[in-house]
Design a protein around this ligand. Structure first.
Ligand code: HEM
Length: 448
């Protein structure tokens, strides 16, 4: 049996091993994450693992398409002459089956998540796909906008094909490795050395090729270590990022409430505006020091605490402790500015399932009465309107007045169900706590 003379290019070899190692890591990860999601202690890590799984999977898809294009444009070494006909056919069939699986497997995973439906729980599951937390990967073909029954059927199909293909990949890999070992230890035809650099003396070896291979394998090792580290150190809960200016350019006409009475403008966080002078006897207006004020929200996701804030909001406050009767506040919150610094959360919050910022750019809290609870303690009653849903609320707060300056702190908790936030895919609060705590801190100055 003649020794294999030709060889694979450095690019083909590096792509082969990068895809092989990724897939062999992705299968146990896929199996683990499905089960780990059901267990409270591992839920947070599982949720982060889903994003990692999807990111690595999409990278495999990219590399596999590159591999196929390289295959069409760069001839592969011929099979050793001495191989039997059936061995040749088996080798060629395995190779093309692999080209099919390394593309179809990630693609079916992408199609599955694009339905926005959980095949396991048989209900909507709109979770954005973030590529290593960097940017959101679009879901395919508008599948998540189809009728629920169609989404459920397609999700079941794609998830099933996706998980079954894992077994196909394992079977093919076993066949492939067995054949490679036969070439090496039975046929001794050097075929394995064509894909394992350094196994065989490479008469045409050059330093450039050596360098390319070394760089390629170093990149694979680094990527594998980074994936392992990311798996072991999932980003779940976080402290809110500093207030940054977020401007929602949505036309305020969309706003369910603000538009009817107080014309909303996009720049809820704009520097303090001088409110109009109050009518004689009317409570004075207060100018908010935006940078020293905040509206924060907190809860848990998969048992891990998160805390976020709205970076963009404004309030029209008219308050006089001696004239609570006429005192009032209207707070307009830019829903697109909600963020807690966790990429998955920040990408999900503006989505339809959560604040649906595209259709409801602002949420408003409008007081109907403010009463004293003794000392510097007060309570504001009013209506919070989120996504067009009015929720009656009581906001107990304390207020410290010194000269023209006021410092206010209030807190309350909101049931996500009342505000219809994230209820479609998590109606039983398996993942995100139902109760969301809201803390308001306002520093303000009496308007001249
Ligand atoms: C070559 C790359 C990939 C491999 C080898 C792979 C492998 C797997 C495996 C073995 C499972 C477990 C199936 C089971 O529970 O029986 C799984 C689940 C899953 N994969 Fe992949 N996957 C790949 C790429 C992707 C991509 C690109 C996405 C999405 C963008 C994706 C999304 C998912 C999802 C959402 C599940 C969970 C299914 C469920 O439990 O509901 N996968 N994957």
């Amino acid at each position: 049996m003649t020794r294999a003379s030709q060889r694979y290019s450095a690019v083909a070899i590096v792509l082969h091993w990068a895809i092989a190692i990724a897939i062999l890591g992705m299968i146990p990860l896929g199996w683990w994450m499905g089960d780990a999601l059901e267990v409270r202690d591992t839920q947070a890590q599982a949720i982060a693992a889903f994003q990692l799984h999807k990111s690595i999977g999409l990278t495999v898809l990219l590399l596999s398409v590159a591999r196929l294009l390289w295959r069409f444009t760069h001839p592969v070494p011929a099979l050793p002459e001495g191989m039997k006909q059936w061995e040749r056919l088996a080798a060629i069939a395995t190779h093309w089956a692999f080209y099919f699986i390394i593309i179809a497997m990630p693609f079916t995973g992408w199609l599955y998540v694009s339905t926005g439906w959980s095949a396991h729980d048989d209900r909507p599951l709109e979770v954005p796909t973030l590529y290593f937390g960097l940017f959101q990967v679009p879901h395919l073909f508008g599948l998540s906008h189809l009728a629920e029954q169609t989404r459920a059927t397609l999700a079941g199909l794609f998830e099933n094909v996706h998980s079954k293909m894992a077994w196909g990949a394992i079977g093919l890999t076993a066949l492939h490795v067995a054949a490679a070992l036969k070439h090496q230890f039975v046929d001794k035809d050097g075929v394995l050395g064509r894909m394992v650099p350094g196994l065989e003396k490479d008469p045409q070896g050059s330093s450039a090729r050596g360098a390319a291979l070394a760089a390629g394998f170093a990149a694979i090792a680094l990527a594998a270590l980074a994936a392992l580290w990311t798996f072991q150190n999932p980003t779940t809960g976080a402290i809110a990022p500093p207030a940054s200016v977020v401007h929602s350019h949505e036309d305020s006409a969309h706003d369910d409430n603000a538009s009817s009475e107080t014309p909303a403008d996009d720049h809820a966080d704009a520097p303090a505006q001088t409110p109009p002078t109050a009518a004689p006897g009317a409570p004075p207006s207060w100018t908010i020091t935006q940078a020293a004020s905040s509206i924060r929200f907190s809860g848990t996701h998969a048992g891990v605490a998160f805390e976020g804030r709205f970076a963009s909001w404004r309030a029209d406050i008219r308050f006089d402790p001696n004239n609570l009767e006429q005192s009032s506040a209207v707070v307009t919150i830019n829903t697109a500015s909600a963020s807690d610094g966790v990429p998955l959360h920040d990408q999900s919050l503006p989505q339809q399932e959560w604040f649906d910022a595209a259709n409801h750019p602002t949420a408003t809290f409008r007081t109907s009465a403010i009463r004293s609870r003794g000392g510097n303690a007060y309570e504001a009653r009013g209506t919070l309107t989120v996504k067009g849903r009015p929720i009656a609320l009581r906001l107990p707060f304390t207020l410290t007045l010194s000269g023209n300056r006021a410092s206010m702190d209030g807190s309350l908790s909101i049931d996500r169900k009342d505000a219809n936030l994230g209820m479609a895919s998590d109606p039983d609060a398996e993942y995100v706590s139902r109760e969301i705590a809201v803390r308001v801190h306002v520093e303000a100055q009496r308007a001249p």
